[in-house]
Design a protein around this ligand. Structure first.
Ligand code: ZN
Length: 271
């Protein structure tokens, strides 16, 4: 692609903002505290003394005026029982898709995303885990544009960057791509959604030490693709997770969307 001088300067500023935003996020969102609130995304990041919201107040695609391409995309949290219409549309290359805004490929937000795709610019994906609370994934890249389906293909890490868009993968290759998606996105989102639903405490002993909490699956592998529903999750400390896995603990419904645990009757000789 040929740029005149002005677009080179614009590109340089775009890259500086992009790098600064990701560095700020990496500092703000650590392993122990990975989530960020919407008001922080709107108010807390500054570039050279000027506040620069990392999300758009009204829509999923964010393109600051000072940048040449989109900076971030956002997926809204879907409450239990409601399935996101966009989530996890299957594709033969195993890569996730992100839908255009509306149905016009030339809509400005879609053009802003297309520039990020054409110039291979890294983006931030804010994934909703509760109302107004997000798990950031960055960098991600747009690796394919599909105007006929009104969507872009997304690579979640360096390894997925090497998957050719719309590649015909064999079963093992496809499993590999999907395993990366689970590790980079689906499992972390499931964990944070479950911990949010259980207010970051063990359902059995109410321990609130996040580093010692797991999001346990009630039914194992019921959703090999996509993000398992929160209703299939249970926040448990490491000890009670192990006890549940060994059938020392049993389950009963709590009457709301959560599940409560109780000690299962001990049966001598039961594995
Ligand atoms: Zn516990």
């Amino acid at each position: 692609m040929i740029h005149d001088g002005s677009s080179l300067i614009e590109n340089e500023l775009d890259l500086q903002i992009r790098r600064a935003a990701m560095a700020w996020l990496d500092q703000r969102c650590t392993d122990n505290n990975p989530l960020i609130r919407r008001d922080e995304l709107l108010n807390d990041f500054y570039f050279e003394g000027t506040r620069l919201p990392l999300v758009d107040p009204n829509r999923g695609i964010r393109k600051p005026r000072s940048m040449v391409a989109a900076l971030s995309i956002l997926t809204t949290y879907t409450p239990p029982g409601r399935r996101s219409p966009y989530e996890d549309a299957p594709a033969k290359d195993g890569l996730l898709r992100y839908k255009y805004r509306g149905e016009d490929p030339q809509q400005p937000d879609n053009i802003a995303l297309r520039r990020a795709y054409q110039w291979k610019l890294p983006l931030i994906w804010f994934y909703g885990v509760a109302t107004g609370i997000y798990l950031p994934r960055n960098p991600v890249w747009l690796v394919g544009d599909e105007p006929q389906h009104l969507q872009f293909a997304v690579a979640l890490d360096q390894a997925q960057l090497f998957i050719p868009h719309n590649a015909e993968l064999d079963t093992d290759q496809r499993r590999y791509v999907e395993r990366l998606t689970r590790k980079r996105l689906h499992q972390p989102v499931f964990r944070e959604r479950v911990l949010q639903a259980y207010e970051k405490s063990c359902a059995m002993c109410h321990l609130r030490h996040v580093q010692l909490l797991d999001a346990a699956h009630i039914l194992r592998d019921s959703h090999p693709q996509g993000i398992p529903a929160v209703s299939n999750g249970l926040a448990l400390c490491k000890i009670h997770h192990a006890a549940y896995d060994k059938n020392v603990l049993g389950l009963r419904p709590a009457g709301d969307e959560r599940t409560q645990l109780e000690l299962a009757p001990f049966t001598p000789g039961l594995a």
